[in-house]
Design a protein around this ligand. Sequence first.
Ligand code: MCN
Length: 846
Amino acid sequence: MTEMARRYMGNSVPRKEDPAFLTGHANWTDNIKLPGMLHMALLRSPYAHARITSIDVSAAEEQPGVVAVYTDEDLAPDLGMSETEAEARRAGIDVDEASETDVTPTGNDERQPRTFCGWPVTEDIKIPDHWPLARGEVIFAGEPVAVVLATDRYLAQDALQFIEVNYEPMSVVTDIEKALEDGAPLVHEKLGTNECYIWTLGTGDIENAFSKADVVVSERYIQQRLIPSAIETRAVVVQPAPLGGEFTMYTSTQVPHFVKDILSVMCGVPDTKLRVVAPDVGGGFGSKLNVYSEEVLALVLARKLGVPVKWVEDRSENHLATTHGRGQVQYIELAATNEGKILGMKVKLLADVGAYLQLLGPGIAIFGAFTYPGLYTFDAYSFECTGVFTNLTPTDAYRGAGRSEAAYAHERIMDALARELDMDPAELRLKNLMPPFDEPTMTPAGVQYDSGNYEACMRKALELVEYEELRAQQKRRRESGDVRQIGIGIGNFTESGGLSPSKVTAAVRLQSAGWEAASVRMLASGKVEVITGTSPHGQGHVTSWSQIAADALGVDVDDVEVLHGDTAIAPYGRDTYGSRSLPVGGVAVHLACEKVVDKARKLAAHMLEAAEEDIEFEAGRFSVAGSPNQNVTIQDVAGAAYLADNLPEGMEPLLNADHVFDPPNFTWPYGTHVCVVEVDTETGMVTIPKYVAVDDCGPVINPAIVDGQLHGGIAQGIGQALYEEALYDEDGNLVTGTMVDYLIPGAPEVPNMILDRTETPSPTNPMGVKGIGESGAIAAQPAVINAVIDALSHEGVTHIDMPASPMRVWQTLQAARGRDARSRDADLSGRPSLSSDPVQDSVDEV
Ligand code: MCN
């Protein structure tokens, strides 16, 4: 690409999206109000496991404004249970037997699927039935049991308390290790086990690597459950067409195309009759990469009653019923020589899938399997993951999904190995980095990374953070017995960003193609419409794709409109997650633009009466080589293509092109983050006076957007490291049901960050770009926790769990000093507190 062609790319073009967002003119799903619309509220189970012996909705039906109240039994025919099955159930006959020769209410020959798990990771995975409303039994606290429709949202909510449900409480299991013990209560009795799947991967001779090692370090880490906290909670509105049979669903989702495809199958609405629109979406962080029971219910109720139905989740429901992230126990071992050369790595995971399998739930931990080796090279690797059912909210994608957990484990154990060998953690890492490469290169996990120069990136980060000076300062503080100790933590990472090649996703049993589609239309005016299958919810695709199209076509960035998030406008798309939108969807835009230019070149040659080979294209103008005054603009060409009265023989009118890009590989962005913490050894309070991140995501389209993505991701990583944890009591009740109990970092907790980059183009796509959307949320946790441990390592601290709350840090230090950690009168749950002010008065020194 010529310099001229990069007029916009590489520059921080202000985000086109922001004026509407910042002035209250965005179109959130909750803004949608339709005539005759009914509001839906859900009665949710207060028990984590119970048999439902009766439900009486009669009193709720009498409440003001209430139009209808339904339980699973009432809705059975709408929810995929045939009339035969429903009748059998009412008559007390075994429903499974009765359903064997079923025909669905929509007349299909096969029974509708009860749930859609799109990632059955093994052939023998156990997938429990999952109905939108509980069928005879509740499996987690928060599971929907009955639904009220009323003329007003508040009336619907008020009526819930009049529904009488008799529950027979059953035994509960909330701990994944205990869930696998003999005699543990069964989450799904029918399955006869709490084990959902076992998935393995191995390369090299792992036993040999461990047997010849001088040193073996073994660690156990906990990835606590996290609650995704998008600004906008989930929301859905379904509008049936006046004559029925056709539906428009507005839903706050990352994946309108998934929602359309899956609901069409689940609910028996032909895909030609279901339009799904993602209006402006206030964040998702992975939690809106799903198809939820509430979306199913809104659709089937709108179909049943023939009126629009709306549901908006409140914040407490969000905590209870939107999928959680993480939830793993990680066992990891490294074998190494005395000189610090890694020989092999063993990983064993237990992954909490929760009560049911949501869209990608079982695959999340597996996605990380390929990145446990990180940036390092060694000979042998073994990985095993056991998915485990618990009576808790289902888990699924959360920013960094799987790879975040991997980076945490490999960076924590690198520090553990460094301590074991008494070696500087930076030096140990530098010793084991893969050498630079610019074409696909095999890794210990048996996948090919695309390109990388890890050492250059890491050295840049160490230089920026002034590593040597920090170590000297740390030494001084230790020697002076300063109350506030400094710690330095490194987080090296790579990730499979750009989800991606359809053949690879199929190979790991992910039931989703990985291509992305784009259409580019030049209108008669010469202005441009870009239609993308990606579905931004905070990532600035409108601006980025405008930059890509404007440079490729040589037009003004403001002359490009980007349309997205509506299956009627963008019929083909695989949506937004897995840092895929630029490396797959943005590249599709670029390639569609190239097709437009190719066609325009032919027409320009015809208009200029020159041979096509003699036509040059620069900054939106076609000219004849050697005769620059003989030229037409691409806008002139678009007009001519529209008028179509003087086209070359056989050329179709209009200047349009489509491209569907299915890349050959993932992209593998990487980086080194270095976090500097100050730990107050008297209170356990951790503050972050300095944070440096050097990332490599190939060529950057919009530096301000990339920085913004990093800021957000790092803030989330700091959240996991220091503040956030979904806590349950032993009966499976969520204790952190509100934002008062579940702490997310606010502006005072997020430090200023020093961001820099290296640029190693990816050979995976013609633009060389790699994703960035998750990088911050992958690198930050290990960097922060390694720094906290490093600050206290001279006191003998070698481990701390996340979140490293003041209480937990203080207790860990007391334990290391051999004192009774219970002597401080306080809550021992380890929950963090933001109440003390993170004074950073020595920031300047650091
Ligand atoms: N970009 C760029 N140059 C690069 C790489 C990226 O300019 N070399 C720009 C892209 O053009 C795009 C943005 O950065 O505008 C992010 O692109 P990409 O890395 O392709 O990631 P996605 O757009 O696919 O976003 C998904 C990712 C994920 S998986 C989660 S989770 C996430 C995230 O992005 N959730 C978010 N960022 C979020 N940001 C907001 N505000 N809200 C969320 O819910």
